[in-house]
Design a protein around this ligand. Structure first.
Ligand code: F6R
Length: 243
């Protein structure tokens, strides 16, 4: 695992966007796995700026979703499909034909999970997977004590994650869906390059456990230690509890 400490979130976004741009220069139709939440926004802004300045052509990029709320209509502004359309696809000039994700509104949720796993495999696998991290060490929505071998499946959000995500629903925890479909930890580990960004002191405990703790299901992100090509980018705040 490679750990890179950057001065701030903007620098982290720039560094990771450049890694994505380099991948696209080498493999224009790369499958980019993307995360939602606040942390990756500087990455998407920096990558968009590079595309608009002509520094990289993203017109053949493909985008794969990490996780999705269950039961939230796809057109709801906070469904992750809507968020990614707004924050990633449209700014990069990509249509929904470039997008793949699990169907959070499927009646057969288990079938939707299995079919997303198949779709990822048939697409050739994720080239670069962006990850954020929860204050409890979750990646995707693999909450603490998720199996490190888990595949795409339905999970229940912990109360802490519901509280953390209420800000996207007008601060009203009652509006936060309780269930999500998430790529499993085993699924995530199959991406060819994992890049996790964490910013702010609120993530410092989770980063210390990820980087310096044992590989253990209580900190799902510690599974990155098992990956042959994992990069953890942290600002000073998120790095503050590293030894
Ligand atoms: C969401 C996801 C989550 C977030 C995590 C951190 O797609 O993968 O694991 O990355 O909850 O969220 P923020 O960045 O909002 O602190």
């Amino acid at each position: 695992m490679e750990v890179v400490i950057v001065p701030d979130a903007k620098a982290g976004g720039e560094l990771i966007a450049e890694a994505m741009a380099q991948l696209l220069r080498h493999k224009p139709d790369a499958l980019l796995g993307v995360a939602t939440g606040s942390t990756p926004l500087p990455i998407y802004e920096a990558l968009t700026a590079k595309v608009r300045a002509g520094g990289v052509d993203a017109s053949r990029a493909r985008i794969a979703q990490l996780d999705e709320y269950v039961g939230l209509p796809a057109e709801h502004p906070e469904s992750y499909r809507s968020v990614l359309r707004r924050e990633v696809l449209e700014p990069l000039g990509l249509g929904m034909d470039a997008f793949m994700g699990p169907d959070g509104t499927a009646e057969d949720v288990l079938g939707a999970c299995a079919s997303y796993e198949r779709a990822l495999t048939e697409a050739g696998g994720v080239d670069l997977q962006l990850l954020g991290i929860g204050t409890d060490g979750h990646i995707g929505f693999n909450e603490p004590c998720s199996s490190l071998a888990s595949r795409t499946r339905i999970k229940t959000l912990t109360e802490q994650t519901q509280v953390d995500n209420a800000r996207f629903f007008g601060g009203d925890i009652e509006q936060v869906p309780h269930h999500v479909i998430t790529q499993g930890i085993g699924t995530i580990l199959e991406a060819r390059h994992l890049v996790l960004l964490a910013t702010g002191e609120g993530k410092a405990d989770a980063i210390a456990a990820t980087v310096e703790g044992p590989v253990a299901a209580v900190c799902p992100a510690s599974a990155l230690q098992l990956h042959p090509h994992a990069t953890v980018v942290v600002d000073e705040g998120a790095a503050s509890k590293l030894k």
